[in-house]
Design a protein around this ligand. Structure first.
Ligand code: SAM
Length: 240
């Protein structure tokens, strides 16, 4: 085990996640594929092993420090890009059924390769805009948990992500150092979309020490039929 794997294993263990040899190998292979494919396509600005494990892997898994993922079955990751947060979460919680949605097909080609290489099961890659996918019966109101990291501001994300969640389900927005203004700006979108902020959790990355917040939104009623609006509109004219 190298130094990076040692601290990663120890920090996750402290959070109640005990990684097996196979899971550590899956993270290692994911790291190597990320760096290899990053030479052909833009997947990440971070390539040094230590930094990827901290800013991508640990940051992604941190969601499970605050939510009981053992009780979650269906997870949708909107704007999953190179697989964050869904792939690290899936490696740690293999029972999850995960759907990853992204509008960039070449990123999905990477994800499909990762899924195959790591031997991950019950993974579904969906190419398209969240606005369109969330209107399909097989995805609307169907997920216990919806995640999004680095995709858009919260008022836009609420419209893109909440339609995927079941009534009573949650949407976790992974945010940076100061989500207060976004949360404030998102108030009307929450009312419109029948949801409310349940909690805002704070964590600090272990070495780089930057602050992160996870905003947990609970869907309390069915998403009105008019949402999400036509692709592009949520970002162009956010609910305000
Ligand atoms: N979540 C990943 C992460 O944290 O590294 C990727 C973040 S990347 C900055 C944003 C991703 O969201 C891109 O891959 C982009 O294609 C996708 N995206 C943005 N808007 C979207 C939409 N409306 N529907 C689907 N995917 C979208």
């Amino acid at each position: 085990m190298n130094q990076t794997e040692a601290w990663f294993t120890e920090l996750l263990h402290k959070q109640g996640i005990t990684l097996t040899e196979r899971q550590l190998q899956q993270f290692d292979l994911y790291y190597r594929l990320l760096v290899e494919w990053n030479e052909k396509m833009n997947l990440t600005g971070i390539t040094e092993r230590e930094a990827v494990y901290e800013k991508h892997f640990y940051d992604s898994v941190s969601l499970s420090f605050f939510l009981n993922l053992n009780e979650t079955r269906r997870l949708a990751d909107v704007g999953s890009g190179a697989g964050f947060p869904s792939i690290p979460i899936k490696i740690c919680f293999p029972h999850l059924e995960v759907t990853m949605v992204d509008s960039l097909n070449k990123r999905l080609l990477f994800l499909k390769h990762v899924i195959e290489a790591l031997g991950l099961e019950h993974m579904n890659c969906v190419h398209g805009r969240a606005e369109d996918i969330a209107r399909m019966a097989e995805h609307r109101d169907r997920y216990d948990l919806v995640t999004a990291r680095a995709v858009a501001r919260l008022n836009i994300l609420n419209e893109l992500c909440l339609p995927f969640a079941s009534i009573g389900g949650q949407f976790a927005a992974m945010k940076g150092a100061d989500p207060a203004s976004e949360v404030d700006e998102a108030k009307n979108s929450l009312t419109e979309l029948k949801a409310s902020v349940q909690a805002i959790h704070h964590l600090t990355l272990p070495y780089e020490l930057s602050d992160r917040h996870i905003v947990i939104v609970k869907k309390t009623g069915a998403t009105p039929k008019k949402y999400p609006r036509k692709a592009g509109l949520p970002a162009k004219q956010p609910i305000h």
